[in-house]
Design a protein around this ligand. Structure first.
Ligand code: 6GU
Length: 224
């Protein structure tokens, strides 16, 4: 999978995209991430990428031309399955959407800033709009990283234990059950005996039961 990210703050991606699982998945050749600075695609001599809103009001709006030029340049080399704009008024991201998007070959993520992008970008240049939750971030960059992370870990071969993405919370509309590791007793707090019994069928039943219980308590909306 190839992910091209368009941003006016490319430095923000330096750390998170170059650590741990995301770093290793790139080294293994399972994913390619390219960060594109929007600024060089500006057309005026001040190199601006935003301007005042028509009709007035506080806040700058990202201009269509640099974004169009950047997307057009990318499309000259490759065809893209999705061009996703990260915005708080987009469709809410779910594990189901992540599963679906992880099957794509090439995607573009467009990060918004200021008061957002010129509406014509949304009408004509992108294929999809996603939000990562009902709160407002100062830009789409963190949301793009969240989305990239959620997609990359679903690509076969990225996780060492390939079955482990399947037992994540949300993967079957249930939260994940509790997990324990050694020591078996710490401070007098012990690990449930069933997990130490070696009886795989009983352990699976226990895990399912606790997943349901936890989901009922914490996220009853998932059980509908
Ligand atoms: Cl995708 N962008 C911004 N700026 N804020 C958000 C968001 C995205 N999702 C939730 N809040």
């Amino acid at each position: 999978m190839r992910i091209d990210i368009i941003t006016c703050l490319p430095e923000l991606f330096d750390g998170p995209m170059n650590q741990s699982i995301i770093k290793r998945s790139q080294q293994k050749g399972l994913v390619d991430i390219f960060i594109h600075d929007l600024r060089p695609y500006s057309v005026n001599k001040q190199k601006s990428i935003d301007d005042y809103a028509y009709g007035g009001g506080a806040g700058m709006v990202m201009m269509i031309e640099p974004i169009d030029r950047c997307i057009t340049a990318l499309k000259q080399n490759l065809s893209y399955d999705e061009i996703i704009y990260l915005t708080p008024d987009g469709e809410g991201l779910t594990q189901g959407i992540c599963n679906q998007l992880s099957l794509n070959k090439n995607i573009i993520l467009l990060c918004g800033h200021y008061k957002g992008v010129d509406e014509r970008v949304r009408e004509h240049l992108i294929t999809r709009e996603l939000s990562i939750g009902d709160y407002v971030l100062s830009g789409g960059e963190l949301a793009a990283m969240v989305l990239a992370d959620a997609l990359i870990r679903l690509i076969p071969g990225v996780l060492n234990d390939e079955s482990s993405a399947l037992t994540d919370s949300f993967q079957d509309s249930l939260l994940a059950p509790p997990v324990y590791t050694r020591p078996a007793i710490y401070n007098g707090w012990d690990v449930p005996a069933i997990l130490q019994s070696g009886n795989e069928a009983k352990i699976n039943d226990w895990r399912y039961e606790l997943a349901v219980k936890r989901t009922k308590e914490r996220r009853p909306d998932l059980l509908k």
